[in-house]
Design a protein around this ligand. Structure first.
Ligand code: PHE
Length: 455
């Protein structure tokens, strides 16, 4: 019987065999992995979640989660990718030597596929805001909540989502080194430069001191058990864990690449981008009297107001939304590559065709996502959630923790050589294995139970 999650013969082959373009260079790999992790998670989700959880103390908790659970699981995913030499499904079956484990890998493929359907909606919004900011249209209305509502209820989000899909498909179809690596190599350093320029500007605002102290000065009385779980979930999302993205990228590096080094580089990169995002956003909102806990609309509703009252606001606004869009696209590449890699091997297709099918299928689900995020389907709810909210809930709160858990179980229990693949020294290897066997699974199960409302 053929199940979609079972690897066929093709999937056992080395994806790099005879195909030089299907491989990252060492620096390209690290930049692409940073590109995958840095995205809307750092610049759109991180500030508002930090704002809702009291600021500085939450940031410390986020760092703790990143170090204690995030980095070990990241190393695990990279090792599974390189050791399994394939897509998420074939890596799980090859390494566990059990076909049934392929189902677990398949859940990761499905998660990446579904995340892309709504991630592309928000990525499209950022592109629109970049254009409107530079052209000045954004600042004409003065009522940014109303502007946001009119925009999300209109036709433009549909157009911009198509642009995001087209761009993602175009880059992915060009392959690993000629597409994904090339794009990341140009934009990731560029992104850092734009962010630093923005940061210099925001740090000289009147409310900078207040914003910085809110963001970096811990007030532990604000923390609850729930904030710890939020921090762990955010660390996972932010590092792109639990949906096969790092695993799939890990399959495109050779044995000489140090995986611990890549892990530290990605962790540091992700943290630095989150830190800079916080140093841009908190001084800005404190200067312009915006509430830090105003939720997901923080970036789209509050920041335009701030940019409008800033000298050179159109320019800074345009830069900010443009870099948000770029960061989102580098994450889209990682998200889309997970199902594309799977389809290539599973159905023995060429990269171009596989990309086309995956992007087309994503769009079929992505369109109702966009329509539900402020458009005609917004009010069409089932059990209190509309289509967009269901996809977000199911992926972020259910599939992602499960995907992360499966990785810890695979490397902790089923795949006996996982420690060797990491290249860690014996002492670090035993610490890492202990984390993967006990600490990470227990914490992940806790987040999972809490996010579905059981704890
Ligand atoms: N890490 C990305 C972000 O912070 C989101 C993402 C998740 C990207 C999973 C790829 C895979 O926005």
């Amino acid at each position: 019987m053929a199940y979609p999650f079972m690897s066929n013969k093709q999937s056992q082959q080395d994806p790099q065999k005879g195909n030089k373009s299907e491989q990252f260079s060492s620096a390209g790999f690290i930049l692409a992995a940073i590109g995958s992790s840095v995205g809307l998670g750092n610049m759109w989700k991180f500030p508002y979640v930090t704002g809702q959880n009291g600021g500085g103390a939450f940031f410390l908790l986020f760092i703790a989660c990143l170090l204690i659970v995030g980095l070990p699981v990241l190393l695990g995913e990279l090792a599974v990718g390189r050791g399994g030499r394939g897509d998420a499904v074939s890596a799980f079956t090859t390494l566990s030597r059990k076909r049934g484990w392929g189902v677990l890998g398949f859940i990761a493929v499905l998660a990446a596929f579904l995340i892309m359907t709504y991630y592309s909606t928000i990525a499209g919004w950022t592109l629109h805001y970049a254009v409107e900011s530079v052209s000045g249209i954004l600042f004409q209305s003065g009522d940014y909540a109303e502007h946001f509502k009119l925009f999300t209820g209109g036709m433009m989000p549909i157009v911009w989502q198509i642009v995001v899909f087209a761009l993602t498909g175009f880059i992915i179809a060009r392959g690993i080194s000629g597409g994904i690596e090339k794009f990341n190599k140009i934009v990731i350093p560029g992104l850092l430069i734009i962010l630093l320029v923005m940061m210099v500007r925001t740090l000289s605002l009147d409310g900078a001191a207040e914003g910085i102290s809110y963001f970096l000065k811990p007030d532990f009385s604000q923390l609850t058990f729930h904030s710890a779980l939020m921090a762990l979930g955010l660390a996972f999302f932010s590092l792109s864990l639990g949906m096969g993205a790092m695993l799939t990228y890990g399959a495109y590096v050779d044995k000489h690449q140090s995986l611990p080094l890549a892990t530290v580089a990605v962790g540091a990169g992700d943290l630095i981008y989150a830190l800079i995002a916080g140093l841009i956003i908190f001084p800005t909102i404190f200067t312009f009297g915006i509430e830090p806990d105003s939720g997901p609309g923080l970036v789209f509703v509050a920041l335009p107001a701030a940019f409008a009252s800033m000298p050179y606001g159109a320019l800074f606004g345009g830069l900010f939304f443009l870099l948000l869009a770029i960061a989102a696209v580098t994450s889209c590449l990682a998200l889309a590559e997970v199902p594309v890699a799977y389809i290539i091997r599973r159905y023995n297709l060429g990269r171009g065709k596989a990309t086309f099918y995956v992007i087309a299928a994503m769009y079929i689900i992505g369109l109702p996502c966009t329509l539900a995020a402020g458009g005609v389907l917004e009010g069409a709810t089932l059990g209190g959630r509309n289509f967009f909210q269901w996809i977000d809930f199911l992926t972020s709160n259910v599939m992602l923790p499960l995907g992360g858990l499966f990785v810890t179980l695979l490397v902790g229990y089923a795949w006996k050589q996982s420690g060797e693949e990491t290249g860690l020294s014996p002492l670090w290897r035993s610490i890492w294995l202990f984390t993967m066997r006990i600490i990470a699974p227990v914490l992940i199960i806790l987040i999972f139970l809490s996010s579905i409302g059981l704890v």
